[in-house]
Design a protein around this ligand. Sequence first.
Ligand code: RB5
Length: 153
Amino acid sequence: MKIALASDHGGFRLKEVIKNYLESLGVEYIDFGTFSEDSVDYPDYALKAAESIISGETDRGIFICGTGIGISIAANKVPGIRAALCYNIFAAEMSRRHNDANVLALGGRVLGDELAKSIVKVWLETPFEGGRHERRLKKIAGIERKFISDREK
Ligand code: RB5
Protein backbone atom coordinates (compact mmCIF):
# COMPACT_ATOMS: atom_id res chain seq x y z
CA MET A 1 0.00 0.00 0.00
CA LYS A 2 1.30 3.45 -0.95
CA ILE A 3 0.21 6.44 1.13
CA ALA A 4 -0.18 10.05 -0.08
CA LEU A 5 0.95 12.43 2.66
CA ALA A 6 -0.14 16.07 2.73
CA SER A 7 -0.16 18.89 5.24
CA ASP A 8 -0.19 22.62 5.63
CA HIS A 9 2.12 24.47 8.03
CA GLY A 10 -0.14 23.54 10.97
CA GLY A 11 0.31 19.85 10.18
CA PHE A 12 3.90 19.91 8.98
CA ARG A 13 5.51 18.80 12.24
CA LEU A 14 3.13 15.87 12.74
CA LYS A 15 3.53 14.90 9.06
CA GLU A 16 7.26 14.45 9.69
CA VAL A 17 6.49 12.25 12.72
CA ILE A 18 4.04 10.14 10.69
CA LYS A 19 6.53 9.90 7.82
CA ASN A 20 9.15 8.40 10.14
CA TYR A 21 6.52 6.11 11.59
CA LEU A 22 5.49 4.83 8.12
CA GLU A 23 9.16 4.18 7.38
CA SER A 24 9.47 2.15 10.58
CA LEU A 25 6.45 0.09 9.47
CA GLY A 26 7.86 -0.38 5.97
CA VAL A 27 4.89 1.46 4.42
CA GLU A 28 5.65 3.35 1.21
CA TYR A 29 4.54 6.96 0.80
CA ILE A 30 4.73 10.00 -1.45
CA ASP A 31 5.04 13.32 0.39
CA PHE A 32 3.08 16.05 -1.40
CA GLY A 33 4.23 18.73 1.05
CA THR A 34 4.25 21.20 2.56
CA PHE A 35 7.92 21.07 3.44
CA SER A 36 8.29 23.74 6.14
CA GLU A 37 6.34 25.68 8.75
CA ASP A 38 5.93 28.67 6.41
CA SER A 39 2.28 29.59 6.05
CA VAL A 40 0.50 27.93 3.10
CA ASP A 41 -3.11 27.12 2.12
CA TYR A 42 -4.26 23.59 2.97
CA PRO A 43 -6.60 23.17 -0.08
CA ASP A 44 -3.55 23.24 -2.40
CA TYR A 45 -1.99 20.24 -0.65
CA ALA A 46 -5.27 18.38 -0.17
CA LEU A 47 -5.92 18.66 -3.92
CA LYS A 48 -2.48 17.43 -5.05
CA ALA A 49 -2.52 14.42 -2.74
CA ALA A 50 -6.19 13.60 -3.39
CA GLU A 51 -5.57 13.60 -7.14
CA SER A 52 -2.83 11.02 -6.65
CA ILE A 53 -5.29 8.72 -4.87
CA ILE A 54 -7.93 9.12 -7.57
CA SER A 55 -5.39 8.51 -10.34
CA GLY A 56 -4.17 5.34 -8.61
CA GLU A 57 -0.64 6.64 -8.07
CA THR A 58 -1.26 6.12 -4.35
CA ASP A 59 -3.81 3.97 -2.55
CA ARG A 60 -4.84 6.04 0.45
CA GLY A 61 -3.85 9.29 2.15
CA ILE A 62 -3.00 10.82 5.48
CA PHE A 63 -3.71 14.57 5.43
CA ILE A 64 -2.85 16.89 8.31
CA CYS A 65 -3.59 20.54 9.10
CA GLY A 66 -3.83 22.33 12.44
CA THR A 67 -7.15 20.78 13.36
CA GLY A 68 -7.61 18.39 10.43
CA ILE A 69 -10.90 20.15 9.70
CA GLY A 70 -9.94 22.34 6.76
CA ILE A 71 -7.88 19.72 4.97
CA SER A 72 -10.62 17.09 5.36
CA ILE A 73 -13.28 19.48 4.02
CA ALA A 74 -11.07 20.28 1.03
CA ALA A 75 -10.25 16.62 0.37
CA ASN A 76 -13.92 15.65 0.47
CA LYS A 77 -14.64 18.01 -2.44
CA VAL A 78 -12.73 15.62 -4.72
CA PRO A 79 -15.16 13.00 -6.07
CA GLY A 80 -14.15 9.56 -4.84
CA ILE A 81 -12.39 10.83 -1.73
CA ARG A 82 -13.81 9.74 1.60
CA ALA A 83 -11.80 11.67 4.17
CA ALA A 84 -12.40 10.95 7.85
CA LEU A 85 -11.16 13.29 10.57
CA CYS A 86 -10.24 11.04 13.48
CA TYR A 87 -9.16 12.20 16.91
CA ASN A 88 -9.34 8.75 18.47
CA ILE A 89 -8.67 5.09 17.74
CA PHE A 90 -12.33 4.02 17.71
CA ALA A 91 -13.22 6.59 15.04
CA ALA A 92 -10.21 5.52 12.97
CA GLU A 93 -11.27 1.88 13.14
CA MET A 94 -14.90 2.64 12.26
CA SER A 95 -13.88 4.97 9.42
CA ARG A 96 -12.31 1.94 7.76
CA ARG A 97 -14.86 -0.74 8.75
CA HIS A 98 -18.00 1.22 7.86
CA ASN A 99 -16.91 4.10 5.60
CA ASP A 100 -13.97 2.65 3.69
CA ALA A 101 -12.24 5.99 4.32
CA ASN A 102 -9.44 6.46 1.82
CA VAL A 103 -8.08 9.53 3.60
CA LEU A 104 -7.31 9.83 7.30
CA ALA A 105 -7.30 13.47 8.42
CA LEU A 106 -5.42 14.40 11.58
CA GLY A 107 -5.01 17.59 13.61
CA GLY A 108 -1.38 18.49 14.14
CA ARG A 109 -2.34 20.95 16.89
CA VAL A 110 -4.79 18.54 18.50
CA LEU A 111 -3.11 15.15 18.79
CA GLY A 112 -0.04 14.02 20.66
CA ASP A 113 2.50 12.09 18.59
CA GLU A 114 1.90 8.71 20.23
CA LEU A 115 -1.88 8.89 19.89
CA ALA A 116 -1.52 9.98 16.27
CA LYS A 117 0.73 7.00 15.54
CA SER A 118 -1.72 4.60 17.20
CA ILE A 119 -4.57 6.08 15.12
CA VAL A 120 -2.50 5.66 11.94
CA LYS A 121 -1.65 2.03 12.77
CA VAL A 122 -5.27 1.02 13.37
CA TRP A 123 -6.42 2.92 10.29
CA LEU A 124 -3.82 1.21 8.08
CA GLU A 125 -4.61 -2.27 9.40
CA THR A 126 -8.42 -2.22 9.51
CA PRO A 127 -10.30 -3.60 6.50
CA PHE A 128 -13.62 -2.38 5.06
CA GLU A 129 -16.52 -4.63 6.12
CA GLY A 130 -18.55 -4.17 2.93
CA GLY A 131 -22.09 -5.60 3.08
CA ARG A 132 -24.71 -2.99 4.02
CA HIS A 133 -22.01 -0.32 4.17
CA GLU A 134 -21.31 -0.78 0.45
CA ARG A 135 -24.86 0.35 -0.33
CA ARG A 136 -24.34 3.54 1.67
CA LEU A 137 -21.07 4.34 -0.07
CA LYS A 138 -22.81 3.89 -3.42
CA LYS A 139 -25.36 6.48 -2.27
CA ILE A 140 -22.55 8.89 -1.40
CA ALA A 141 -21.11 8.37 -4.89
CA GLY A 142 -24.63 9.03 -6.23
CA ILE A 143 -24.65 12.42 -4.49
CA GLU A 144 -21.33 13.27 -6.15
CA ARG A 145 -22.68 12.26 -9.57
CA LYS A 146 -25.86 14.30 -9.04
CA PHE A 147 -23.96 17.51 -8.39
CA ILE A 148 -21.39 16.91 -11.12
CA SER A 149 -24.13 16.36 -13.70
CA ASP A 150 -26.23 19.31 -12.39
CA ARG A 151 -23.27 21.58 -13.04
CA GLU A 152 -23.08 20.35 -16.65
CA LYS A 153 -26.74 21.25 -17.34
C1 RB5 B 1 -3.90 27.27 9.73
O1 RB5 B 1 -3.62 28.29 10.62
C2 RB5 B 1 -5.11 26.48 10.19
O2 RB5 B 1 -6.26 27.23 10.00
C3 RB5 B 1 -5.20 25.17 9.45
O3 RB5 B 1 -4.05 24.42 9.70
C4 RB5 B 1 -6.35 24.26 9.82
O4 RB5 B 1 -6.43 24.06 11.18
C5 RB5 B 1 -7.65 24.60 9.20
O5 RB5 B 1 -8.65 23.88 9.34
